[in-house]
Design a protein around this ligand. Sequence first.
Ligand SMILES: *Cc1c(COP(=O)(O)O)cnc(C)c1O
Ligand code: SF4
Length: 337
Amino acid sequence: MQILTNPSDSVGAESESWQKTMRTAIRDVKSLRKRLNLPPDPTAAGAADSFELFAPLPFVDRIKPGDESDPLLLQLLPTAAEEQSPAHFLADPLQESDASLSTGVLKKYAGRALLIVTGACAIHCRYCFRRHFPYSDNSASGADLQDALTAIADDDSVEEVILSGGDPLTVVDQTLSNLIASLESIPHVRRIRIHTRLPIMIPSRVTDVFVELLKHSPLEKVVVIHANHANEFDADVAEALSKLKSTGATLLNQTVLLKGVNDDAQKLIELSKRLLSVGVMPYYLHQLDQVIGAAHFEVPEETGKRLITEMRAALPGFAVPRYVREIPGEPNKTVLA
Ligand SMILES: *Cc1c(COP(=O)(O)O)cnc(C)c1O
Ligand code: SF4
């Protein structure tokens, strides 16, 4: 079995449409700004060098041209602000390098192991806490995958395996199929959870093959998407989510609280309503992890708590996400409100 870390690698002779969409993603600031009718920004070069831009066209098409403060644009556009980083913002704020069970497997929480399937993503989120993560040493690709699966098989406390990355849906269906079959063969693994932004970034990634694969797996299935703003949804995204739902998977969403993107009660309320309308339950609202380059996105916890109070007053209880932050060394994510 081999995990393909390069999303453009195809096992079949013909690559799928979503793989072509990965290959045609915008990867330089100049082209993106030009496409969106924004003036050139020569100050962004340093930020783009330290973490390159990656913006797939289906998502770019949901950004309003000419609007420098569009909430989708802010999530992916390198800016000079990233180079202003306070000393308490760190390269590995969650101390994940200490939680390794084997190469590519993190075990921080009871019963759950997180498998880093690949370092590749379908968007480079500027606030990502893994933006400095040494994926080339730490993803369970190739030969390391067998060791990662052995580590999971040897630890019978692991009931749930979280496929993460990077984004696990950047690997091809054949690879996922092999991986899921291996997990199905481990008796103590009951549940798989997939953490992915792909159904939003490139909805065509939810292929019929993948849908059938999930539908026929005897494991319990949870898919956790990551949306930060209601504008991320369009008809294609809704259709992709509806296909995922048809597999029997539980669909959840996590959001990161981001200054300028969603630090506003009305925007968060609108996001929750949009999620419900496409069959996804709001799960977490994350306090930003303090990673180098993301300080300008930070919202004070006091503001976050006030936003949750306003959401509670406007929404059914099940539509209000848990406001959490991850504190290294704690046995679970810490609920803030
Ligand atoms: C957040 C996280 C999990 C899952 O935590 P839940 O609270 O169950 O969503 C598992 N492993 C790691 C490394 C995590 O960061
Ligand atoms: S998709 Fe997830 S892992 Fe990838 S850059 Fe965004 S937040 Fe990070």
